[in-house]
Design a protein around this ligand. Structure first.
Ligand code: F6R
Length: 607
């Protein structure tokens, strides 16, 4: 979704915000723009398409706001790109979110003589603020007043030619403020916008506003009451170098390859003497001892991580575990009460539907545990407890290391609850944690197959359709494999429970539609072999993900990708790796924009 990058301080602002915008490119965008404050005017440059240095030659200034736009209201045009200016061009504003009552507000403002230059909902805000300023209000008060009149979601950053200030406000859309070491401030829709300058960040909560004054510092206010509030500075643990490609062709490949270390960090210090040690959820101990049901809410890949874990959690805890598409859950009348643990899984911690689902659960008395990768994110802050993935920044739009770390952490959570509820004995827990500690090495082994996966990609990249099939816990892995292929290569791929094929989808199988089977040597191996035979009997090509020594599948399948042999609970984590690589190499051969696939945004902050 849209990105915001702003600066106020003693340095030349335009190059700083431009670099921040580039760091945010991964969020997805179709146009962009920058405004710099000069002594007598605000200069704005906007453009459609990718950020280019040449189109943004701007004069020196210490205050700048900038934005990458992912179109919602109004087409992809320069006029619709942010920043938007007031009629007198003395105010400039960037916005993430949606102003729901913009039609009424626009009518009122037009009746007062305001001239609109774009089709966006955003432009309404800058005219509304202009009304306040014209009425004699300082910028901060005018922004606060406008926020009170707006229905919908926003993260705003606003500047005025008449004041050496920047006003930042939030309701429903994330915004972070970076506290620089030289009395300077950075504003970003997420911390990657400014992480290379500072790791100190303040996250605004809903209905909060920050007024940053050049040379004076920052103050925070509650928009509803107008009263000043205190805010805490969070120290971000990520290393800015992690947000670079580090020699890889794409972020996605870098992130696939760093999974061993990501898993290592995710479990580090969280296993002591062979037992899970999750201090983050200590406060929920009494609740977890008695919880009767688990509901996992998430979207996309995070949902598949939850779905994968469902098999282990149900088996180990003997509790009902439900997987819910967050976007559906919130519009039902879910049967949830104070005996239910809701687990919200989200890499970004900002996905609007997941956030709404967790709020729905909380409203009904459920305790919410978040598994998030981004520190200080909204989902992390609104949950009763949070366990961070510690996977480092995930920049590629297609989620990879977030998935494997989410599944690893969910496994530890399951073991922890299992011990609290006395459903699983310590000896078994120790066996599993010991296996989990070996997992980074085994994921390395799975990654070592990359050349053979590249060769397989060469055979299939020109096909139009593919099926991904698996049984049991390998079924959500098949769903994830299909999602990876679709989103980055634009090939049609369907994930299916292997045995369900006979009930319809098998009609799709022919010489042109390959099937990727996740068929490790586990309890469903023999049954899945039968499903492979069904595909072969219909002349379909089969690519199998299986273990060395699985001679039956090697005999039937056209191609086999080998994964190391691991404990059953851990199979999904090693099995997903070749599917990520297969999607990556196919997309690369098809010359797709892998890190920024068309139409997609890294963090989906609108419904
Ligand atoms: C797929 C992908 C998306 C996200 C989904 C949820 O590769 O990245 O499906 O998994 O949008 O995002 P988070 O985890 O940030 O809530």
């Amino acid at each position: 979704m849209c990105g915001i990058s702003c600066y106020i301080g003693g340095e030349d602002a335009a190059p700083i915000v431009l670099r921040g915008l580039r760091n945010l490119e991964y969020r997805g965008y179709d146009s962009y723009g920058i405004a710099v404050k000069l002594s007598d005017k605000i200069e704005v440059k906007k453009s459609v398409g990718r950020i280019s240095d040449s189109s943004l030659q701007l004069p020196k200034s210490n205050i700048a706001i900038s934005h990458t736009r992912w179109a919602t209201h109004g087409g992809v045009t320069e006029a619709n790109a942010h920043p938007h200016l007031s009629c007198d061009e003395k105010l400039a504003l960037v916005h993430n979110g949606i102003i729901e009552n913009y039609t009424e507000l626009k009518k009122e403002l037009q009746a007062k003589g305001h001239k609109f230059r774009s089709e966006t909902d955003t432009e309404t805000a800058v005219h509304l603020i202009e009304e306040g300023v014209k009425g004699g209000k300082p910028l901060m008060e005018a922004v606060m007043e406008a926020c009170r009149q707006i229905v919908g979601t926003f993260a705003f950053s606003v500047i005025s030619v008449d004041e050496e200030k920047m006003v930042v406000a939030r309701r429903g859309s994330p915004i972070a403020i970076g506290i620089g070491s030289k009395g300077d401030f950075f504003v970003g829709s997420d911390v990657t916008a400014f992480l290379h300058h500072t790791k100190k960040s303040v996250f605004l909560d809903d209905d909060q506003l920050a007024m940053i004054e050049k040379g004076e510092g920052i103050k925070y206010f509650d928009i509803k009451t107008g009263k000043e509030v205190e805010k805490k500075i969070t120290e971000i643990e990520w290393d800015p170098a992690e947000a670079q490609k580090q020699g890889h062709k794409h972020f996605m490949l870098k992130e696939i390859m760093e999974q061993p270390i990501a898993i290592q960090k995710a479990i580090q210090g969280r296993i002591k003497d062979g037992l899970p040690c999750l201090e983050e959820i200590d406060s929920l101990e009494e609740f977890l001892k008695n919880t009767k049901r688990i509901v996992i809410v998430a979207c996309g890949t995070a949902l598949y991580a939850g779905w994968t874990s469902e098999y282990f959690l149900e088996n180990a805890l003997r509790l009902p575990v439900e997987i819910e598409y967050a976007s559906e859950y919130r519009y039902r009348n879910p049967v949830v009460d104070d005996s239910v643990l809701t687990i919200a899984v989200s890499q970004s911690g900002e996905t609007a539907d997941t956030l709404a689902a967790l709020r729905e659960s909380k409203k009904r008395g459920s305790k919410v545990l978040a598994i998030c990768n981004v520190m200080g994110s909204t989902i992390a802050r609104e949950s009763d407890a949070v366990i961070y993935n510690r996977a480092g920044p995930e920049i590629g739009v297609a989620s990879t290391k977030a998935f494997t770390t989410q599944v690893s952490i969910l496994l530890l959570v399951g073991l922890h609850i299992g011990l609290l509820q006395k459903k699983i004995d310590e000896a078994k827990v120790k066996e599993i944690t010991s296996a989990l500690q070996q997992l980074p090495e085994q994921v390395k082994e799975a990654l070592a197959e990359k050349e053979s996966i590249q060769e397989i990609a060469k055979k299939y990249y020109e096909k139009k359709n593919a099926l991904f099939l698996g049984r049991g816990q390998n079924f959500p892995i098949a769903l994830e494999g299909a999602l990876k292929l679709k989103e980055i290569s634009y090939l049609h791929a369907e994930g299916y429970a292997a045995a369900e094929m006979k009930h319809g989808p098998i009609a799709l199988v022919d010489e042109e539609t390959p099937s990727v089977f996740v068929v490790p040597k586990d309890r469903s191996y023999d049954k899945t072999l039968g499903n492979v035979e069904e595909i072969k009997a219909r002349k379909g090509n089969v690519i199998a993900v299986s273990n060395k020594g699985a001679s039956e599948i090697a005999r039937i399948a056209d191609d086999v990708i080998y994964i190391p042999t691991v404990r059953e609970e851990l199979i999904p984590i090693v099995a997903v790796v070749p599917l990520q690589l297969l999607a990556y190499y196919i997309a690369d051969l098809r010359n797709c924009d892998i890190d920024k696939p068309r139409n997609l945004a890294k963090s989906v902050t609108v419904e």
